[in-house]
Design a binder for this molecule. Structure first.
Ligand code: SAH
Length: 397
């Protein structure tokens, strides 16, 4: 029996613009028994067919659209088509990129809501975030096996957002033998990716281009890399001839990985310029300010501060605090390269937060350029929410 989701009057507008989400509040009624991940037909209030999507009974985003084509079945061939298309799209990008690690499927923006697939050399890591992909997992794995026959296919669906969908965390190697680690290479820099416990699917691929840009501002500079994780901004800074680099993170294991990453790429003599400090950034910046330590370049790449709208104010205060301190620690003419990966913080809001931070620090910043996620993290024109990472290169003057 087909299940049909009938929208309230006027609530079809976003689907007509091919935006893939149907919120709980837009639904008038559900005809039939929809279970977790059931493929449902979505119709407007007058019964006109709009789309097919996956039903998520426990999420506010109640349906995520698979297709706007009524004749398209959600079967093995569907997933193969979508993943092949994503691969073709990415081919346009990686032709000009210099890396063996990149995002193959960027969820909604590649027509597969709730599906993230990254490629780390010959290991494919997939992360399934919502009910639909969970139900069709075998089809997704089959499509990947067909397209990447020599690869390990590993699943890291161990993310907190799955609880909003009533799904358990899952970690599983579907084919091949998973190594603990893989060394990837981007822009001729070697980086260790922890496939078992690394953030996201293992690593921050989205910052690749921004690391490269940041490195270009570091020649002969004293650099402070806040929230350094595995030290990748530092690797690019050193490659860019930084005079001194201080990496700061609270995680000892991240700092250890960072040290190994430096050893993979540089000689001991070069590494004399690099130090690692285990500390809370909020506290350490205050200590540095009070003791008169100053830097020429500060990279500020914190974790996501906002998970939902209720936390937006608190998050904005957090961003403002660290950016104000950074302004205070910068030498005149120094550069602040600052990011927010919170989807709920728009570029406009982020510009304002950084502006307020500068004001509170009694400095003026010039915004030299805006930064965003690298191109393999593609943003569909119908899905502006796909643009989650924003950054600013600012000069203190
Ligand atoms: N810049 C990194 C990614 C940062 S991820 C890159 O390009 O790869 C966020 C990091 O912030 C994590 O390593 C986490 O351990 C660290 N972290 C979170 N809160 C922190 C805090 N208050 N002080 C210092 N580090 C923190």
């Amino acid at each position: 029996m087909n299940v049909t989701v009938v929208l309230k009057v006027g609530r079809e507008k976003s689907l007509l613009r091919r935006h893939p989400w149907v919120f709980e509040g837009a639904i008038d009624k559900v005809i039939g028994k929809a279970r977790t991940g059931t493929t449902v037909d979505i119709v407007d209030n007058a019964g006109k067919w709009l789309a097919k999507g996956a039903y998520s009974p426990e999420s506010q985003i109640r349906v995520r659209t698979w297709t706007f084509d009524q004749s398209e079945a959600i079967d093995d061939a569907f997933f193969k088509r979508r993943i092949s298309k994503a691969l073709q799209t990415k081919a346009q990008w990686f032709e000009h990129a210099n890396t063996n690690a990149w995002r193959l499927v960027a969820a909604e923006s590649d027509g597969l809501p709730g599906v993230t697939i990254d490629k780390y050399d010959d290991v494919i890591v997939m992360q399934l975030l919502s009910a639909g992909p969970e139900k069709h997992k075998a089809k997704i794995v089959n499509a990947l096996k067909g397209l990447f026959p020599e690869h390990v296919i590993h699943e890291r669906s161990d993310v907190a957002v799955r609880t909003k969908e009533g799904l358990e965390p899952v970690v599983n190697t579907h084919t091949g033998t998973l190594p603990d680690k893989v060394i990837i290479e981007e822009n001729a820099i070697k980086i260790e990716v922890d496939l078992l416990a690394g953030h996201k699917t293992g690593f921050y691929l989205d910052q690749r281009e921004n690391r490269k840009i940041a490195g270009q501002y570091c020649a002969n500079k004293r650099v402070l890399n806040c929230f350094s994780y595995t030290g990748t901004f530092s690797l690019y800074a050193l490659k860019g001839d930084a005079k001194e680099i201080v990496n700061v993170d609270v995680s000892q294991s991240a700092l250890e990985t960072s040290k190994r990453n430096h050893l993979f790429n540089f000689s001991e003599a070069q590494l004399r310029a690099v130090s690692h400090v285990k500390a809370d950034v909020f506290e350490l910046l205050r200590e540095y300010r009070d003791s008169g330590k100053r830097f020429d370049v500060i990279v500020m790449d914190p974790p996501k501060f906002v998970e939902n709208k209720r936390h937006l104010d608190r998050a904005a205060r957090g961003y403002k605090d660290i950016n104000r301190l950074a302004c205070e620690l910068l030498n005149e003419g120094g550069m602040l390269i600052t990011f927010s990966c919170s989807g709920l913080v728009s570029q406009d809001l982020f510009n304002k937060i950084v502006a307020d931070a500068a004001l509170d620090a009694s400095t003026e910043l010039g915004y030299l350029r805006k930064l965003e996620q690298d191109g393999d993290h593609i943003v569909a024109s119908s899905f502006p929410e796909g643009a989650y990472l924003k950054g600013l290169v600012c000069v203190k003057r």
